[in-house]
Write a protein that binds this ligand. Structure first.
Ligand code: IMP
Ligand code: MG
Length: 178
């Protein structure tokens, strides 16, 4: 395991920038779900964890949380294939619920497309997507994203939930692999 400082080429988004933007997203969600106190935030493990916990602490609208874990077959760590599988499913019945998916990053869109298809089949009252980072230029499958933290360029990033070989998810900023 290499220390991140040997791999970091630049800090792309600082802790202050992250927290300021997440506060804005929380405010937007509070406003949009003010009349829907049955809101359920669904976090995709493991990368979305930091984002979820900071986001929910800044939200005031009543909500519940639940988790899913998704894997993709036959891919390296750095991009997903179309073959996405559910490793851990929700415990909550989402039929008739207002659901917001909380994701770390959308890259090809394969993971999100598959999760949306699966969750939509369970007939939620509504299903929206809130992702922290959007690598729009990498999209292979069109996916609707309702709340975006930061659009970013095609660079491999880590920190703030995103890993480098499963380490460094704890960093409070988003860094670029050099
Ligand atoms: P997609 O299915 O290609 O959109 O892939 C999304 C998943 O790939 C994310 O949830 C991340 O786990 C991973 N991923 C994509 N880009 C990056 C990156 O720059 N750093 C870390 N993980 C990434
Ligand atoms: Mg992820």
């Amino acid at each position: 395991m290499q220390h991140y400082s040997e791999i970091l080429s630049e800090v792309l988004i600082s802790e202050e920038q992250l927290q300021a933007r997440i506060a804005q997203l929380a405010q937007q969600l509070d406003a949009d779900y003010a009349t829907h106190p049955d809101l359920l935030l669904v976090c995709i493990l493991r990368g979305g964890v930091m984002f979820l916990t900071d986001l929910m602490r800044k939200m005031t609208v009543p909500h519940q949380i639940d988790f899913m874990s998704i894997g993709s077959y036959g891919s390296g760590a750095r991009s997903s294939t179309g073959n996405v599988r559910v490793i851990l499913d929700l415990q909550t019945d989402i039929r008739g619920r207002h659901v917001v998916l909380v994701e770390d990053i959308v890259d090809s869109g394969h993971t999100l497309a598959r999760v949306l298809e699966l969750l939509n089949s369970r007939q939620p009252a509504s299903l929206k997507v809130c992702c922290l980072l959007d690598k729009e230029s990498r999209r292979q499958t069109p996916v609707p994203i309702d709340y975006v933290g930061f659009p970013i360029e095609d660079k491999f990033v880590f920190g703030y939930g995103l890993d480098l070989d499963e380490y460094w998810r704890n960093l409070p900023f988003i860094g670029v692999v050099g």
